[in-house]
Ligand binder design. Sequence first.
Ligand SMILES: Cc1cc2nc3c(=O)[nH]c(=O)nc-3n(C[C@H](O)[C@H](O)[C@H](O)COP(=O)(O)OP(=O)(O)OC[C@H]3O[C@@H](n4cnc5c(N)ncnc54)[C@H](O)[C@@H]3O)c2cc1C
Length: 497
Amino acid sequence: MPHVITQACCGDASCVYACPVNCIHPTPDEPDFGISEMLYIDPSTCVDCGACVSACPVGAIVPGHRLPEEAARFADVNAGHYPDPAPTETRFPVRTDWRLPMAPIVKPAALGGATPDELRIAIVGSGPSAMYAADELLKHRQVRVTVYERLPEPFGLVRFGVAPDHLSTKTVTDLFNEIARHPNIQILLNTEIGRDVSLDELRSAHHAVLWAGGAPTDRPLQIPGVDREGVQSATSVVGWYNGHPDFAYAAPDLSAERAVVIGNGNVALDVARIFTADTDRLAPTTIDPTALAALRASNLREVVVVARRGPEHAAFTLPELIGLADGPARVWVDPAELSGVDATNIDDPTVAAKVNLLREISQRSKPAEPFIRLSFGLTPVEILGDGHASGVRFVKTGGDEESVIDAGLVLTAIGYRGRPVPGLPFDDEKGTVANVAGRVVENGEAIPGLYVTGWIKRGPTGFIGTNKTDSGETVANLLADAEAGALPRPGTAPVPA
Ligand SMILES: Cc1cc2nc3c(=O)[nH]c(=O)nc-3n(C[C@H](O)[C@H](O)[C@H](O)COP(=O)(O)OP(=O)(O)OC[C@H]3O[C@@H](n4cnc5c(N)ncnc54)[C@H](O)[C@@H]3O)c2cc1C
């Protein structure tokens, strides 16, 4: 029985490179890589060798015969990506070109003569994009990497964003710790660039600075009443239950019986799942103990996750919905929410599978409290209340019918956005540092020695592993510039305007 990729897939494509028969897609050079919700194993070409299992940093790949019951659906999800099995004669096309691109050799001459044996690179941030970039850089013996991280613990959103019950996903930190053990890297924690060390100071001490600071701001919901007590961002709640020092103050008020989460991406599902989880199941996870204690005393009976658009436009991914539907969470959809939506008219198989699964959930009996209700097609227009939130007024999207959902806690989860970085040009439209393929640019010209990667380079999209390909591109350009002698020598970097 072939191997199967399951919910924790982080998309870093290590499995693609490990697979000797090219049975895992999309590959990084295929157009849908980066927008695909996960990677998929073609059961008709998988030779069951298990090379992908060892390569996967998050334990997401399982031999088909050992799929746990709650992941059984993933066998169909993988196979469904390959509706036409490969013809027998083209099976097992052993590829020899699926190797990571050869690392370019950085010649000592490229280092400008000042420090011929070393290429000193500063990386700002220690999230996935930083660690994947460090891994690429450290393949070159002349490179010395210093990672500067403002928080007391490394690894960015893997530590402080990924939900505490997604333990398999968190195991990617084993890979990052392995990278951090390389003799040519040091990680300086509690060091914020722009506060403890200036960008100019950093530039003068290194040949290049690679900014990997993420996109830490949530997009604000702009409707009347958002400043009422009892309204806060899902970002702050995620930080709170993960013990992020910036969000220790952000304990949500769990005294009400109902919470509304506005937005239905994976982060909205994470928060709803944690709020309704059996706290005994949460205890052995990485949840912050203060948050666990607060959740044990919570009065919440229902968390309503509300989307502006219909089920066929749901922002959550299919793997997350499967995790919710088949795992320990209690989730429900009112069948009326799905009237008029017909999966057979939907071309995209992933979207059709989401709609089918939502219908299946809607046919289950209403679960015991506390549970999650998924709701669709409602545009929020006002947070109601007298000082403290008491509910949300919605209008039917594309119509004028109004409704109110009573709730004493309202969370906004409508996406993330990058913040301008002092000293670096900012693309306000995209919410990213202005760059071309990772080279920071101003007025169309690359600024020597400044690079960017991860969410602050491409915007807040993709999974942990998406940052591997992204950082690979930036590092390839940085090394090409080093080889061309285009990096400023430490101490000579031009001070940005
Ligand atoms: C709530 C949430 C849950 C997620 N869950 C999953 C999941 O389950 N699976 C999955 O595959 N993906 C998940 N993702 C996506 C994944 O976390 C991102 O793709 C990834 O973390 C982006 O990496 P990054 O390095 O660009 O940014 P980040 O992970 O945000 O890392 C940026 C780092 O830079 C540091 N920093 C910022 N500014 C400075 C400064 N001035 N000086 C020093 N340090 C600085 C920050 O403290 C941080 O540590 C989730 C995202 C969120 C928001």
